[in-house]
Design a protein. Structure first.
Length: 95
């Protein structure tokens, strides 16, 4: 389970029936990341949820290690991630 700063977003994605693809320590300086099979519309997520200032947008367009877009808690080092919008055409968009 992600930190209290992100749990509401994580639970809403789960409630929407979006498949979780990975949960764990994604890289060395983080606590827990959870990845979902969707594109997270960060503007709309911020409109829908009251997120604290420690929650920042995270966009990574990797060339060797994957691509992701989501939210990262700078305090707790947790993340809720989806895919970049251009990763796969027709991808489910949350929310």
């Amino acid at each position: 389970m992600t930190c209290h700063h992100l749990i509401e977003v994580e639970q809403a994605i789960q409630a929407a029936g979006i498949r979780e693809t990975y949960r764990g320590k994604a890289w060395s300086k983080v606590h827990e990341f959870v990845y979902f099979d969707c594109v997270m519309d960060l503007v709309e997520v911020r409109r829908a949820f009251a997120l604290e200032s420690c929650v920042v947008d995270h966009v990574h367009r990797g060339t060797h290690d994957g691509c992701e877009q989501g939210l990262f808690c700078e305090t707790c080092k947790d993340g809720v991630m989806g895919l970049l919008p251009d990763s796969r055409p027709g991808m489910v968009v949350f929310p």
